[in-house]
Write a protein that binds this ligand. Sequence first.
Ligand code: HEC
Ligand code: HEC
Length: 507
Amino acid sequence: MNIRIFLFLSAICLIVASCADESPTPSTQNTNQPKTYSEATAEWFAGGENGTVFMSGSKAYQQPMPFIEDNAELYRAFFRGEQIFEKSFVSFEGQGYSGLGPVYIRKSCIACHPSYGGHSKRVDKLDSNDSRNGYLLMIYDPNTPNLALASKYFTGMTQTSAVAPFKAPIDESGIRLEWLPYTDEYNNTYPDGTTYTLIYPKITIDQDAILFTDFDMSKHAASIEATIGIYGVGLIDAISDEDLRAEYAYQQSRGYCQGIIGADIDETGLNPYYPGKHPGRFTYLCTRATLDNGPGANALWNITNVTRPDRTYHYITDEYAKVMSQDAAVQQALGQTEEEIYTYLMSKSLKPEMTQEDYNDFMVWHRAVAVPAARNLDDPNVQHGKTLFMDSLGCAACHRPSWKTRTYYKPQPELSNQTIYPYTDLLRHNLEMYEPGRVQICRTTPLWGRGLLPTISGHSDMLHDLRARNYEEAILWHGGEAQAAKEKFRQLSKADREALIKFLQAI
Ligand code: HEC
Ligand code: HEC
């Protein structure tokens, strides 16, 4: 073929392919995905009939659920909310995204959740200006039973940035992140002789990188946590407390792989739809119970320190306010006294920097980011992997395949009555991982959509600190309550191990 015709045809193919990628209708890119929802095809609809998008290209983690596009007002709110997630906040007043600081963690949500990813990427340096670095830093006392955060000095999620003249509690250049090799009890070798490598993180912080002169870093430890996916959290929110408590009760009765349920959180005044107590189900430690008082709703305030009608105070420690208000350079730059600066930093009645309307739009977006459909489920090898996952290996004991959302979910009724496939029990289990940092007993991470990580986020890093560089390593880090499952995985033939991973990539 004439080279110019060939290039022309290739260009058309590319255009067609990328258009197909943006199409909201089921794509046949991978296999013959079903186009209509029925009991027989339900499993392909990972986010349920109403919460799934049939897409597998680079934007598959950031799509609105299909019903959003049928309603002009929801459509407007969704995209306004999406901008709030994507936009960098600024410190000056009078703009839609004003209010950054005085001290903060990142300028935007997307800085840590690039491409809305299943996970952010493993990095070698904690640099909050690096858009791939999604790590949250925590400083804690390793000698306390619950690994208590050093909360007299630092906020729970440690701030490493500030708007001048304020100073950051920690100078990032003094934070060191190393990846060290780990040898497991099998000398990193499968029974069939195949070998593998494992790595784990170690974080150290120089004493002189810390703003507080009386804080002794040598008596403390630092821990990192990576992001979890944004998509589908509305559906997880729509699961009823009763169903979550029933899963917990069932696990206690069965006598193996018994999870821990998140502690009850009283959300009276914090959740307009469901006030009262709810068990934690979000974050690795199940510290957040509902989306309205969840990791995103709180991050909008505590990551950026942007105030709003329901958060009219700073995310800040008293110790930080004291040190900053006594700092001569800060006093001089602001032309204010110690008392004035302290009063401003610790005020409980600051002016809201974000409007209620903007926040409401943000929540419409937050609930309605769709889950990508499963792919290749009809492939015989994937089917074989599924049998291993469900039956032989016992993975489903914790990675519970499906849930049905509550019969009426008040904030967004379209999310009611959906059969979803997140592959998690929303409970915490102890995998006895080597040097896990603060996340010793971790929530079972949802597995839905993870197979698209390489396409969308350009990596396949997994686990709460991203120590696993692919599915295989993620499984090999399972121990403790999942030791038996891991041991059975190790005994599989290479072909069976690969089939299991093909299944994980498909869901
Ligand atoms: C400093 C990095 C960082 C920034 C910035 C950030 N997040 Fe996160 N996010 C995380 C980490 C780490 C987790 C893992 C959860 C944890 O804390 O255990 C997470 C978890 C979440 C989850 C929970 C998923 C689940 O399944 O439990 C949601 C939702 C979320 N973030 C939304 C947001 C939104 C919305 C913003 C902006 C307002 C934001 N995040 C900003 C780091 C960040
Ligand atoms: C005892 C409960 C339990 C069992 C059994 C179990 N898992 Fe997990 N799984 C977890 C928990 C908890 C995590 C999160 C661990 C962490 O990040 O520290 C996890 C994480 C994962 C991840 C990483 C997900 C991510 O995005 O970070 C994969 C993949 C995974 N499991 C696959 C499997 C497979 C395959 C099996 C069966 C061979 C299995 N698991 C058995 C509890 C379990």
